[in-house]
Design a binder for this molecule. Structure first.
Ligand SMILES: NC(=O)c1ccc[n+]([C@@H]2O[C@H](COP(=O)([O-])OP(=O)(O)OC[C@H]3O[C@@H](n4cnc5c(N)ncnc54)[C@H](OP(=O)(O)O)[C@@H]3O)[C@@H](O)[C@H]2O)c1
Length: 292
């Protein structure tokens, strides 16, 4: 994708992914299982000492993307064996030592024969596959690709599955523009609930900020753009921001952005720690885990 296209895509995410409407019928509860209390467990810090001997194997689909590369980095820091999978099979354009600690492999989530062998012996999968485009493209990349991956992971005996879903803004008419994105995420959350009812976790961030590597010479420091909003929400308090966020249209401005490092940390924790309950981790919970 060209740089202007990438920038457009990044900015479109900024404008749309911020409010508090929950995705999908039957998924608006905080967990896949009734009475499943959401985690005090996540507030404890996860160190490499928590990793069991034999180094758990983690597969990160979309591992060379913005979120996926940060998930790989976090997992390497935890001492896990990490396999980053994308359609090209190449490492991200990042010059940091952790990149060399990840095994990079080719795999298309829509074609199980291209990746099933990698699932063998995998303890957990984190899927960071998603994107925008036409309705059909969005359904495919946010839905079908992830559903195919979830089914294959289940069949291969993978223990835990984490999906980076999204918080959908409370904007009238959003369905007309983003119907494919929304329904794709719904379909994946549904598949996760079906196939990993006790060990599947979906994260629903709004805007994710951090350094997005666009090319070997261009990194977009998206964190700077969101700092004022982050400070405003911090000052008013999460509870009050949550109330404002319920207001159609303008409410979208009050949903907190979350750092890519926090999303990665919570995702790796959810993938590796059986004490993290299955279900949804919403934007508010993610924001409360953000290191400021
Ligand atoms: N960025 C945000 O602000 C934000 C906010 C809320 C939610 N999210 C969600 O977080 C997830 C990650 O977002 P991101 O910003 O990191 O996007 P990204 O940088 O575009 O990464 C998406 C990755 O998906 C991979 N992919 C697409 N189709 C695939 C397929 N069929 N098989 C294997 N890999 C495939 C791409 O890899 P290749 O093209 O190399 O194959 C790419 O690395 C998405 O689900 C997104 O909806 C993002």
């Amino acid at each position: 994708m060209s740089q202007p296209m990438l920038l457009k895509s990044a900015l479109s995410r900024v404008s749309i992914l911020s409010s508090n409407r929950l995705i999908g019928p039957g998924l608006s509860r905080a967990s896949f299982e009734a009475g499943n209390n959401r985690p005090t467990a996540l507030s404890a810090s996860f160190t490499s000492q928590d990793v069991s001997p034999g180094q758990p194997k983690l597969l990160v689909f979309g591992g060379r993307g913005f979120v996926g590369s940060n998930v790989c980095k976090e997992a390497v820091g935890m001492g896990l064996t990490v396999l980053g999978i994308s359609r090209g099979g190449t490492p991200p354009l990042i010059h940091e030592p952790w990149v060399g600690a990840v095994e990079w492999a080719r795999g298309n989530a829509l074609e199980p024969q291209t990746f099933v062998r990698h699932l063998e012996g995998a303890d957990a999968v984190v899927s960071c596959i998603g994107g925008f485009g036409t309705t059909e493209e969005m359904l495919k990349v946010n839905g079908a690709a992830n559903v195919s991956l979830i089914e294959a992971a289940k069949a291969a005996g993978v223990k835990r599955f984490v999906f980076i879903s999204a918080h959908i803004p409370n904007i009238p008419g959003i369905d007309a523009v983003l119907g494919g994105y929304i329904r794709g995420k719904q379909a994946t959350e549904e598949a996760l609930r079906t196939h990993f009812p006790t060990s599947g976790v979906a994260l629903r961030p709004g805007v994710i900020y951090g350094d997005r590597v666009v090319s070997s010479t261009l990194t977009l420091p998206l964190g700077m753009a969101f700092k004022p909003l982050e400070m405003l929400i911090e000052r008013m308090g999460i509870d009050q921001a949550k109330q404002f966020a319920g207001v159609p249209l303008v409410g979208a401005a009050f949903v907190p952005p979350v750092s890519v490092e926090t999303v990665a940390r919570v995702a790796v924790r959810a993938a590796t720690d059986p004490s993290v309950p299955s279900g949804l981790i919403d934007v508010w919970e993610l924001a409360s885990k953000d290191k400021r």
